[in-house]
Design a protein around this ligand. Structure first.
Ligand code: NAP
Length: 246
């Protein structure tokens, strides 16, 4: 990863945080965004001290294209042209569709789906110009592979992300850019904690490996897809789910 400049959205917590740290420890210069949680972002910066690569953080809501453009310009100024993008920021607003408030639908679509358009659109020209680039989108087995009760909004965005990845992979393949998705199963982060306790036990039973995944296990797969070793892999979805979707 030495010499690579990588932008990670939603790097202050969970999978994003583990990815930022894994990339920085491998020598990449990493810029990450967060939404509200400034103290969590500061912790990531502190934990990254001593890593081989430099890490910077920027506050910006992924829902807003103007902010995405500002972030990309700032990153280019601070660390240089972006070589790779990890589209990670995402939220859940679970609930049965029959009772789902309209804002819970809109918020999830705006964050998980409009967010990936905003950051890809803002940085793709630079990768096309460089004739190289890597994009990894953090989708989910929920929606991406299986249905999960209470996640119609979330599942709709996660399957749409896979459609986005497959189409974009074909558009930019001639420019040496690869575009892939990872589809984590249930991973031990704040999102898992938001699932009601009673429901969590049932979900755990469905995982063949019998345990949750760790953010670091997802980060390792993202790092692989960003690496030179993955140069002939594009338009794919890699499940990291302990066998859940097998
Ligand atoms: P998390 O621990 O809740 O962290 C979410 C991250 O996204 C935080 O850095 C948060 O920033 C940021 N974020 C949220 N809304 C944002 C917005 N509007 N603008 C900018 N940043 C925003 O989540 P996670 O579990 O690591 O999930 C990361 C990704 O993995 C998501 O796309 C999620 O759908 C996917 N995923 C997770 C699981 C799982 O079981 N955890 C499974 C499959 C897929 P703040 O700290 O400022 O809030």
């Amino acid at each position: 990863m030495c010499g690579k400049n990588i932008l990670v959205t939603g790097g202050s917590r969970g999978i994003g945080k583990a990815t930022v740290l894994a990339l920085a420890r491998s020598g990449a210069q990493v810029a990450f965004t967060y939404n509200n949680n400034q103290s969590a972002a500061a912790e990531v910066l502190a934990e990254a001290e001593g890593a081989a690569g430099r890490v910077i953080s920027l506050q910006a809501c992924v829902q807003d294209y103007t902010q995405a453009k500002r972030v990309v310009e700032q990153v280019q100024e601070d660390i240089g042209d972006i070589n790779a993008l990890v589209l990670n920021a995402g939220i859940t607003r679970d609930g049965m569709l029959a009772m789902m408030p309209e804002e819970n639908w809109d918020d999830v679509i705006a964050t998980n789906l409009k967010g990936i358009f905003n950051y890809t659109r803002a940085s793709i020209y630079s990768m096309i110009r460089q004739r190289t680039g890597r994009i990894v989108c953090v989708s989910s087995v929920s929606g991406g592979r299986i249905g999960v009760i209470g996640q119609t909004n979330y599942g709709a965005t996660k399957s749409a992300q896979i459609g986005f990845v497959k189409s974009l992979a074909k558009e930019v393949a001639p420019y040496g850019i690869t575009v892939n998705a990872v589809a984590p199963g249930f991973i031990e982060t704040d999102i898992w904690q938001m699932i009601p306790e009673g429901k969590r036990a049932g979900l755990l039973k469905g995982i063949p490996q019998g345990r949750l995944g760790k953010p670091e296990e997802v980060a390792a797969a993202i790092k692989f897809l960003l690496s030179e070793d993955a140069s002939y892999i594009t338009g794919t979805v890699l499940e990291i789910d302990g066998g859940l979707s097998a």
